[in-house]
Design a protein around this ligand. Structure first.
Ligand SMILES: *[C@@H]1O[C@H](CO)[C@@H](O)[C@H](O)[C@H]1NC(C)=O
Ligand SMILES: *[C@@H]1O[C@H](CO)[C@@H](O)[C@H](O)[C@H]1NC(C)=O
Length: 391
């Protein structure tokens, strides 16, 4: 064999390897996302490498983790698929084709998608029925400049890839409630998403900013909530978990805050916790001004493998305790494997055991080393999905 022949053999060999690497079917998603040069987190890795995601949107119900568990209650043979075609909003008599028509009126399982990019200005808060998925992947959906979302006494809801911003306080008034009953709604603060006595709620890949009150409130006995992959920015009060100091039912509240990006210009409450238990893991904090995580009424916090970057000038302390409440009888603020830059500091509870989240098998996820947090949160917020390929 001459030198040409040797080259030929080597070339054949290389080609075979290339074919094996790229064309062997059923590569695991983890391998596929690595091949695409993306370091994806556990939720994204479950569906984003699938080029058929548009036709298999419901795959995401198996991708949720942590306290929300899997969202398999949201699909099934009785599922109604509904496309929003009309950005207008009538709070009392919603028209077919509008978001409110399906989100509030129809009972049962509904999967809502959008025909095209839309700016939706709601005239009253949108009350979302149980077993509703609002899926903005593939288009740019803004819910902005007036009333925003409210999850009131309902369960099994997914909010995915929506931009919610410039939400304003609302005067009392009549509105179509969940399951098609017109109800009287009292005055509402200007929050982007407000949960009231809600459970099993998954808030994933949304961009929330610039609201009059807060971005996300979890209140009045709400529980089993996962807040993942969101981008919170430009806000004073970011996230409130637990209604008020007197509302002891929130002792049972369990919330996971994972893979989110906070900043720029977030001032406080990322989150502010009352009574309940919160696992805050693998988040990127680029925005704290006053503080990042605070609370009152003896909340339990496991802060794990987050990257906290303090501002160059201003507060360096991550935590805050109302009225200086410190290690009162049941107060637990623990930091495990967190990383701190620019002199950020974290005042932990002395002694005691780090409260375990006790996730079930469906809920469990492996918290990764803080070194990966920047790359795992890189695509936080509403996703830009190209028309032709991956999301
Ligand atoms: C939360 O989930 C747990 C475990 O599935 C369940 O026992 C509990 O009742 C749920 N809480 C609420 C408020 O739905
Ligand atoms: C997890 O279980 C341990 C042991 O039973 C308990 O002390 C702890 O409070 C539990 N954690 C939560 C968040 O309920």
């Amino acid at each position: 064999m001459g030198p040409q022949g040797v080259n030929y053999v080597i070339w054949q060999f290389v080609l075979t390897i290339v074919i094996v690497i790229f064309f062997v079917p059923k590569l695991s998603s983890a391998k596929q996302s690595k091949l695409m040069g993306l370091n994806m987190n556990m939720i994204d890795r479950c569906w984003r490498p699938n080029s058929e995601w548009r036709r298999q949107r419901q795959q995401i119900v198996t991708c949720s983790i942590d306290y929300v568990g899997k969202m398999t209650n949201n699909i099934g043979k009785d599922l109604i698929q509904y496309e929003v075609t009309d950005p207008n909003d009538d709070p009392i008599n919603p028209k077919l084709g509008t978001l409110r028509y399906r989100a509030s009126v129809i009972r049962g399982k509904v999967w809502i998608t959008f025909q095209k990019d839309m700016n939706i200005r709601l005239n009253k808060p949108l009350l979302i029925s149980s077993f509703t998925t609002i899926d903005g992947r593939g288009v740019n959906i803004h819910i902005a400049n007036n009333a925003c979302l409210m999850i009131f006494k309902t369960t099994n809801i997914i909010i995915h890839s929506i931009r919610i911003h410039h939400c304003k306080a609302q005067a009392p008034g009549m509105v179509m409630g969940p399951n098609g009953k017109v109800i009287h709604l009292g005055p509402i603060d200007g929050d982007a998403i407000r949960l009231v006595t809600a459970s099993k709620i998954w808030i994933d890949h949304n961009t929330l900013n610039d609201c009059e009150d807060g971005l996300l409130d979890v209140t009045r006995g709400s529980s089993n909530v996962t807040i993942s992959n969101n981008w919170f920015r430009e806000q004073d009060k970011v996230m409130l978990l637990g209604h008020d100091d007197g509302y002891v039912r929130d002792k049972n509240m369990k919330v996971t805050v994972v893979y989110n990006h906070f900043g720029p210009n977030c001032n406080q409450r990322m989150p502010r916790i009352r009574h309940g238990y919160t696992h805050v893991a693998n988040n990127l904090y680029l925005g704290l001004m006053q503080y990042a995580i605070g609370g009152s009424m003896g909340p339990s916090l496991k802060s794990e493998a987050n990257l906290f970057i303090a501002p160059k000038v201003g507060s360096k302390e991550i935590t805050w305790r109302q009225n200086g409440q410190t290690n009162g009888d049941k107060w637990e603020f623990h930091s495990v494997r967190d990383a701190f830059e620019n002199g950020a500091s974290f005042e932990v509870t002395n002694g005691g055991r780090v409260p375990k989240p006790n996730y079930s098998k469906d809920e469990y996820f492996q918290v990764v080393d803080v070194k990966s947090v920047r790359s795992l949160t890189r695509s936080s917020g509403a996703l830009q999905c190209s028309r032709t390929s991956l999301c």
